[in-house]
Design a protein around this ligand. Structure first.
Ligand code: PAF
Length: 282
């Protein structure tokens, strides 16, 4: 497969997408920060089923990282990413510089509330404003009909759906199930930070979520299940548990067993210097 063309200016992106659209072709966007793994490739495959053309954005967005977070060490491998996207059949890579994305005088930010406030919102207070703003820009730059988001970042998916609905953005959000290694670990670019010993411990997070989900599904004592799971994670070698929570799957507000509404168990925990997140349906 040929390598997809890498486009670095909004003008260049728009002119290609306009040509596709004038020819009656639909466009899917897969927003990424690069360091692509098999999980991203499942998003690209889904995008190819949803539209005639697939644009993959690769942009490590500085505004969604706090000053203490891993922006400078975030893995980057554009050549490797391009090769993988070529094999997956993506049509175009949208890889703007920070200066192209945030031109001189940039002064507008979307600050989502609602689904953005709990969980990650408490631990990373400015994160979703950065994500919402860059995603709104990516949708507008690419003029995509459809955008594909992985359930791995489940709260991000809920926030993006909320932003698209609240701002009437003309893009359809499609969710892709979390891609996992055989031992249950959710695939993530940040897994590259794990030492061999940490990698062996990491699937305990997914097991902890399953333990909580089983209790929640039966209408059992969720707080007790969360305490047990927290203890198990620390015992397994996790350094800190930021949160384990049972939420309404759409609003991320409180979940009532038997309410007929879907539930979701979400968690974030530190393994050494790496913060892992995961979630599963109840
Ligand atoms: O999930 C990610 O990789 C990022 O948060 C996204 C959606 C590409 C926005 O920068």
């Amino acid at each position: 497969m040929p390598l997809p063309r890498i486009v670095r200016t909004v003008k260049g992106l728009r002119s290609t997408v306009q040509k596709w659209r004038s020819a009656g072709e639909s466009v899917a966007l897969v927003p990424t920060m690069g360091a692509l793994h098999d999980g991203h490739m499942t998003l690209v495959k889904l995008a190819k089923r949803k539209a005639d053309r697939t644009v993959v954005s690769i942009f490590v967005n500085p505004t969604q990282f706090a000053p203490t977070e891993d922006l400078s060490r975030y893995p980057r491998d554009e050549a490797g990413d391009a090769a993988k996207l070529g094999s997956a059949g993506a049509d175009l890579i949208w890889a703007p510089s920070v200066e192209e994305m945030y031109r001189d005088g940039f002064a507008t930010t979307i600050v989502p509330k609602g689904a953005a406030l709990p969980l990650e919102g408490e631990f990373r207070p400015h994160h979703f404003a950065g994500v919402a703003t860059v995603c709104a820009k990516l949708f507008s730059q690419s003029m995509a009909d459809v955008a594909i988001f992985g359930e791995k970042d489940y709260q991000q998916l809920c926030v993006i759906r909320q932003v698209v609905c609240d701002l009437d953005l003309p893009v359809r959000i499609v969710a892709a199930p979390t891609s996992r290694d055989r031992d249950g670990l959710a695939r993530s670019s940040r897994n590259a930070y794990l030492t061999a010993q940490e990698r062996a411990i990491a699937p305990a997070l997914n097991r902890a979520l399953h333990g909580i989900a089983a209790i929640a599904a039966k209408g059992g004592l969720v707080n007790k299940a969360i305490d047990v799971a927290t203890h198990d994670l620390l015992h397994a070698g996790f350094r800190k548990v930021d949160y384990l929570a049972v939420c309404d799957a759409e609003t991320l507000g409180s979940f009532q067993t038997g309410s007929g509404r879907p539930g979701r168990v979400l968690g974030a925990a530190w393994l050494g210097s790496t913060r892992l997140i995961d979630n599963i349906a109840i």
